[in-house]
Design a protein around this ligand. Structure first.
Ligand code: IYR
Length: 226
């Protein structure tokens, strides 16, 4: 343990291996090439994915930075076909209401290039569903409430890291947010301080998988260097 000055919070040395600027450049060039192949996949193979792989991906997500280090996330990984079927059923009910009424014409127009509809085969085809919850506060055994900060930002970063890790490992995901998603809390048996944030179907793309013919904005449209 480090000695500490009175009043200072405890700290420990941080000395990660030093990487040369050239190696940094190379690593990010290679990682960009890899990440550029990531696509949201809506057509999954039923081929299995080992549970250990899913657990490690979740561990990676759990390394995300969070407001006041409250780690306001909880992941429920589901491979049980009957739970997946329940989730698909409930999601399709909400999605049908969305596509057949709740969505504004402008929204439907924005979705048209994606070719989505209320049928959500990916929920039962993908070998895993990772349901991510945002934990708004934590209750300590003595009843004290620890509230989280920057909840959406923190959970969003963790989900981004999860998607990236799964992609780098060779797996596809879909970022799926049926609205409202309250049914997920009930099906997953989670407490009321947790709000469903996203469902990620995870697996291999189906052999005949296609994705919309989309382009990413060029660098100059998303960034500038000063
Ligand atoms: N949640 C619906 C609709 C949908 C909304 C957006 I914004 C998308 O980028 C894609 C779909 C669905 O999953 O079909």
């Amino acid at each position: 343990m480090q000695s500490r000055m009175s009043g200072e919070p405890p700290s420990v040395p941080y000395r990660p291996a030093r990487v040369s600027p050239d190696a940094v450049k190379q690593a990010l060039r290679a990682d960009y090439a890899r990440m550029q192949t990531r696509r949201s996949v809506r057509s999954f193979s039923r081929d299995p994915v080992p549970q250990e792989a899913i657990e490690d991906a979740i561990r990676i997500a759990g390394t995300a930075p969070s407001g006041a280090h409250r780690q306001p996330w909880y992941f429920v990984a589901i491979s049980d076909p009957s739970i997946k079927a329940q989730i698909r059923d409930a999601a399709e009910k909400e999605e049908r209401a969305f596509y057949e009424g709740r969505a504004t014409p402008e929204w439907l127009e924005a979705l048209a290039p994606l070719g989505t509809d209320f049928v959500k085969e990916h929920i039962t085809d993908a070998p895993w569903l990772i349901v991510v919850f945002r934990r708004d506060y934590e209750e300590l055994p003595d009843g004290t409430r620890l509230k989280g900060y920057y909840l959406n930002e923190s959970v969003g970063i963790a989900v981004g890291m999860l998607i990236g890790a799964l992609h780098r490992a060779g797996l596809a995901t879909l970022t799926h947010t049926p609205a409202p998603m309250t049914f997920l809390r009930e099906i997953c048996g989670r407490p009321k301080n947790e709000k469903p944030f996203v469902i990620l179907p995870v697996g291999y793309p189906a052999a005949d998988c296609t994705v919309p013919d989309l382009e990413r904005k060029p660098f100059d449209a998303i960034a500038e260097i000063r």
